[in-house]
Write a protein that binds this ligand. Structure first.
Ligand code: 3PG
Length: 421
């Protein structure tokens, strides 16, 4: 047991049916439906190999896509193929989540076999908007369709989805109410490594924020600044643009329209409060890059064209960020600082990642896009620790107990299946 949660060493999976929640949410090619990266899939292989190798019947639950910011649900069928490749053993796939076909497939499993169910977010009760609007307690989540239908078929529940541990959803927090539970090896590693670093981070501790999903980043900024966990925040990507807007800078009509369209307009007020209280510890961009007739153009804040849509930080900002990264002893990174997928707007992210490679600080990086950028710029070996969680990592850094950690602590105390009607 570690941090009050069972590990795989504390449960006997032999001959049991194990319901296991993993996070294999990967970037998907919207045109072909193919996976563009498989890092999270590769990372959960050791847990799956260990459980199935001990002779358990292993049932996998996973999501693909987000209803809040991506609105892009896809089947997990390609994930089964990728899992098969990395595990070197067959992985059955069932295009059902908890209906009769899924339940039959679970009942038919033999010792050592692995079955992946379809995207749990095909069920509305698994969606983040549902989670936020209904705010079900963990006991109530145990009464949802998913848990009521699948828990009777399982003996044990294992969660290896640290990357989704900030979500309060039935597949993540409901099963621990009725089944003896444990965390998987990846969850254990990520949770323990990050807990240890946060206990006493070497100073100065610098946070680099960017990316497109910025609600969590704003949530986290206030708490890490207030608690003193972050000495300095380097604000890139949309976080930087929203904060510049909050400061009264003209970020261009294109940028403002994009921020409003994403539903982040309300964050400008949060940004004003943040800057009011902690402005001296937040480093904002001093220049920006836009596209003009398909070519990169950089502008200082005062000279930005009125209709500009900012897509990257400029060279001066990247140099400023580099200075802070090189002077730090601990660096947390969440999200690229610009649209790094396109050649004309990747320079900012590349320069920041070069600094991550050059610094002597302990560097922790989280989230799907950050992992993709790290691979793209060949920095995998130079970053100290890569965490599969993006939102989960930054929510963890707020110091709050994550919903899945709370649920797993509860489920670790259950000795035998306790199903309610
Ligand atoms: C992630 O990609 O950060 C995790 O898979 C969680 O996804 P979500 O933000 O859509 O819940």
């Amino acid at each position: 047991m570690r941090f009050g949660i069972n590990t795989l060493d504390d449960i006997d999976v032999r001959g049991k049916t194990v319901l296991c929640r993993i996070d294999i949410n990967e970037p998907v090619d919207k045109r072909t439906g193919e996976l563009k990266d498989t890092t999270r899939i590769e990372k959960c292989v050791s847990t799956l190999r260990e459980i199935s190798g001990k002779g358990a019947k292993l049932v996998l639950m996973a999501h693909q896509g987000s209803d809040i910011e991506y609105k892009n649900f896809y089947t997990t069928a390609p994930h089964a193929k990728a899992l098969e490749k990395f595990l070197g053993q067959p992985v059955k796939f069932m295009d059902d989540v908890c209906g009769p076909a899924a339940r039959e497939a679970i009942t038919a499993l033999k010792a050592g076999e692995i079955l992946l169910l379809d995207n749990v977010r095909f069920l509305s009760e698994e969606q983040t908007l549902f989670e936020q609007n209904l705010g079900l307690s963990h006991e109530e989540q145990a009464k949802t369709l998913l848990v009521q239908k699948l828990a009777p078929l399982g003996d044990l529940y294992v969660c290896d989805a640290f990357a989704a541990s900030h979500r309060d959803q039935p597949s993540l927090c409901g099963f621990e109410q009725v089944l003896p539970s444990a965390m998987g090896r990846l969850f254990e590693e990520e949770f323990c490594v990050i807990s240890d670093i946060m206990e006493n981070p070497k100073r100065p501790c610098v946070f680099v924020l960017g990316g497109a999903k910025i609600n969590d980043a704003f949530l986290m900024m206030t708490s890490v600044l207030k608690a003193g966990a972050a000495d300095t925040i380097l604000a890139g990507g949309l976080v930087g643009q929203v904060l510049l807007w909050a400061q009264g800078a003209d970020i261009g009509e294109g940028s403002r329209a994009f921020i409003r369209k994403q539903g982040y307009g309300g964050l400008v007020d949060t940004g004003k409060q943040l800057l009011g209280s902690y402005g001296n510890r937040i480093v904002l961009p001093v220049d920006s890059a836009v596209l003009e007739k398909g070519k990169r153009a950089e502008y200082g804040l005062e000279s930005l064209p009125r209709d500009a849509n900012v897509l990257d930080i400029g060279g001066k900002t990247a140099a400023l960020f580099r200075e802070h990264i090189l002077g730090a002893k601990t660096v947390f990174v969440n999200g690229p600082v610009g649209v790094f997928e396109e050649p004309e707007t990747e320079a900012g992210t590349k320069l920041v990642w070069d600094a991550l490679g050059d610094t002597e600080a302990y560097t922790v990086l989280g989230g799907g896009d950050s992992i993709t950028a790290t691979k793209k710029y060949g920095k995998t070996a130079q970053v100290s620790y890569i965490c599969t969680g993006g939102g989960a990592l930054i929510r963890f850094l707020t110091g709050e107990e994550l919903p899945v950690v709370r649920a797993l602590r509860h489920g670790s105390g259950i000795k035998t299946k306790a199903l309610q009607g």
